[in-house]
Write a protein that binds this ligand. Sequence first.
Ligand SMILES: [Zn+2]
Length: 658
Amino acid sequence: MYKALYRKYRPITFDKIVGQTHVIQTLENAIINNKIGHAYLFHGPRGTGKTSIAKIFAEAVNCTGNGPLPCHSCKSCQLIDGEQTTDIIELDAASNNGVDEIRLIREFAKYAPTGIKYKVYIIDEVHMLSTAAFNALLKTLEEPPAHVIFILATTEIHKIPMTIISRTQRFDFKKITITEMLECLNPIVLAEELTITDDALAYIADYADGGMRDALSMLDQVIAYSNGVVDIQAVLEVIGSVGDKTYKEMLDYLFTSNTEQILKLLTKISDSGKNIQLFVEEFLKYLLKVIEKGLTEQEEYPVDILFAIVGKLNQLAYEMKTAYLPYIALQALFLELSYTMSEKRAISSQPEKKPEKAMSLPPTLEVVDEVEKKQKPQVEKPLVEEIKKPQIEEQAQAKTLSAREDLTDLFNYDYFEHELSEDVNESIDIVFDFAPKKEPILTHLDTNANPDKKSTPISVKTAPKIIQEIKPQDIFDSELHIQKMEVQLQRVMAEVVIYPESNKLDRIKRKWQTISFDPNNQIAMMLQDMEPKIGTTIEVLLSTYNKSLANQLQLKINKIKVEEYITILLGQAYRVIVTDEGMWQKQREIFANKWRAHEVTCESIQMLAAEELSLEKRANIQESSNINLELEITETEIADEVVQDAVAIFGDIVKTID
Ligand SMILES: [Zn+2]
């Protein structure tokens, strides 16, 4: 029988694990120094080695041999390897989530292990446990018998009660880097005597997005598909991707406004059964590569135009998730881009250059909506002839429809209501990150990492340069904007509570920590003072103590740049909501009260979304009419404000550094 590569090459000693060196080193030291804890929490994305490391650790704590841990030759190791012991217990909480199972564990945990030193419970997907089961587990963790070790593994730490987390040693598993992944894949390719091209293997490593298991299953699939030599084409076929060559072609057609070829290429992609959502996402990734090359090496295409395309595609990627006819939306956008490119060329050939023009493309979906009404979705060719320039503009003005209207469909699913179990009710406090921004609490893991950190005064850096020099308070302190903000915050909070599976805050926060705050990058410098408070699959809510910064970033022109930056950072398109801490705290409290009063429901989200849409339309009109209000804010003014804010938060430990 064929054994999946993932099972066949599962590592069995610590030194064979790829990545996660921070975890392994700590665990090995604990064993060597005989300082083994009673409960460990392994948290991280899927396929990053949580279960593998848990199994190795369970064997290693019991190992009595010498050499690499575990030795696989001593008596304990032999018992465990031969599955002759009942004291290493693996449990999948997804299928054993009841209180009875946990009570059984408590009962059984009392008895000492036979033949080995420690009884080890590995509970996978621990976030799936019911509240009652968590409480039962908590009782065991409160008074653990000396011979018992719990290893809890999860991909969704926000679903685990704080009371559990605080009783464990927590390890955050990182995504496996492409280099690490190749280090692991190459020997497997050799051992399996596979013929695979380097670029094909690199593509698999990249596509797996940090999950070793995904990389190996993909390799399995590709081998089964290709029957012989595995090249990039075979990989792309299996994934349903189209490859850089096609993206390059598309970009060339766009820059030459070759509408006919653009439509042909889109039809080709769609006809061959490729995933068009994936096409957009990968085209975005491709564009970012071209931009990066343009910025660091040489500019093949004008970078400012590429940024404008990224902005538009970004929006499309977001809208396509809820679009009624996503393929039409895709076609319309490319037509629009092609059209704008020809306009752009016409403008730049004139003596006076106005690069801003490229950014102000007519909104896409409005056009789409009209097109959909007029003709059947499958008729592709006539689109070119029918949509002429004046028509597009007319339609764009005549109707303003946003993706949010389509989103309401999403809220009509009844099953979400059933999913809203009491667990969600009880875990409300950990759904969001409610803690105010402060120094990180030092865990036992990093106590000696930076001993004098506390005494370091918080430095107040020079305020970032403002992208658009206007005074946004006048716009954002208006009642309309405040109201819009309130509704928006209530809506996103409700969404992550009602649809907990959409909550991706953890992932976003992890990425956030990797931002290198380059002083030459204005956006990065601004984001330094922002903290993600809510993150879903499509939106990120950022909050800051610096109200003037929040106002600046709420300006549409700046928000687009932030969204582009975050797309690069998170590798995916996001809509960004910016707020200030005062507003966030206040709205959070209001939300908590509404929640307690059972006023947060699917219907209430629908109403909030509708209200938000109408407020947003009005706010946009107000903003664009105020955009010419050019009042200068000097750097010192902002800097003073930052100092004041910082003093208000941290008290007199703040020292201004010149
Ligand atoms: Zn051993």
